[in-house]
Ligand binder design. Structure first.
Ligand code: CA
Length: 339
């Protein structure tokens, strides 16, 4: 187990759970937040630790973006149900990683406007979001062997339920990551090329040589029966797969591995009212419409037809009824080999 990087100044965030103690602890991170209403106030961000002897550590995070709900729901249910006597090793659970954003129901923090998944490795003396990222990076990642960060599409995107991993240069880590994604058991497993990987929790974990599994389970700013069930099953099965939970895996789907080659993203060339043509999970051919953009100021003008650029499976759609020039309308993914 790695110690916290000693040469750095300690975080200003406090923590009232002991990660080395056996048993169950439900506590919080205390994040100093001085403001008009509470000059000496703090944010108390829930964290739970389950530990039973030696073994691997799995860190689960939800609410990295504050308007994605399968993660917080599945992880709060895990906190209320996990039997520590059946685990070997340690489980650390943070259901609302960008806590202020989750409380506000917004993707970004309402306090500093920051995107948690673009500020890693964070800053000790930075804004609230940066301070949380710094704490996770310096204090929690060194404890973890596996990190599972549960995302969904948020208010304006939705996905066919998929786990998300990246193509990693190190073969052993890639194999472990693929096996972990398979164990999660979402219908799809996306091997994603990020538009911008800098500052992501994903990148921070992978660069530390640890297994990182993310997801895009649904979206539209809500939950569905199906996507919550996938999240709960995935959490259980990951714990079983990595040898932390002594239990049978729950029956899961065989994940279909997909990737996003050039041409996968369909971007809106103009603003307007968006009419969907291809729902997530449907197959599509290059040149077929993913949607139409209608110009409210010129009803006589034919709708702009927005087409897939490659053959494949629609993995994502824009949700909001209004679309702006430059928005991602759809992502079309294709089957891939993961070795
Ligand atoms: Ca997200």
């Amino acid at each position: 187990m790695n110690a916290v990087l000693q040469e750095e100044k300690p975080s200003k965030i406090g923590c009232n759970v002991d990660f080395q103690a056996d048993g169950v602890q439900h506590g919080h991170l205390t994040i100093p937040y001085s403001r008009n209403e509470s000059p000496w106030g703090s944010l108390l961000m829930p964290i739970s630790v389950f530990k039973n002897g030696a073994g691997p550590t799995v860190l689960f995070t939800g609410g990295n973006h504050g308007d994605e709900y399968e993660g917080p729901v599945a992880l709060m249910k895990l906190i209320r149900s996990l039997d520590v006597s059946r685990i070997r090793g340690r489980v650390i659970v943070i259901p609302a990683l960008n806590y202020p954003a989750v409380k506000a129901g917004t993707r970004l923090s309402p306090i500093d406007g920051r995107n948690m998944n673009r500020v890693f490795p964070g800053k000790r003396d930075g804004s609230i979001t940066e301070m949380i990222a710094d704490y996770v990076y310096r204090y929690l990642l060194p404890l973890a062997d596996v990190v599972v960060d549960i995302h969904s599409g948020g208010k304006v995107m939705t996905f066919a339920p998929t786990s998300v991993i990246h193509r990693l240069p190190e073969r052993t880590l890639m194999a472990k990551t693929v096996a972990g994604a398979r164990a999660f058991g979402a219908p799809y497993a996306l091997v994603l090329e990020e538009l911008d990987a800098a500052g992501m929790l994903d990148t921070a974990v992978e660069e530390a040589g640890k297994v990182f599994i993310s997801t895009e389970l649904g979206g539209a700013g809500t939950t569905t029966v199906r996507t919550v069930a996938i999240a709960e099953r995935g959490v259980h099965n990951v714990l079983v797969h990595f040898g932390v939970l002594e239990a049978e895996p729950l029956p899961a789907e065989q994940s279909r591995f997909l990737e996003t080659p050039d041409g996968a993203f369909v971007v809106a060339p103009q603003s307007g009212i968006y009419e969907i043509a291809a729902e997530p999970g449907s197959t599509i051919r290059a040149g077929e419409p993913v949607g139409y953009i209608h110009d409210i100021d010129d009803p006589t003008r034919p709708a702009l037809v927005c087409c897939a650029r490659i053959d494949g499976l629609v993995i994502h759609r824009h949700v909001a009824g209004l679309v702006n020039r430059g928005d991602c309308l759809a992502v079309v993914a294709v089957d891939c080999e993961v070795g």
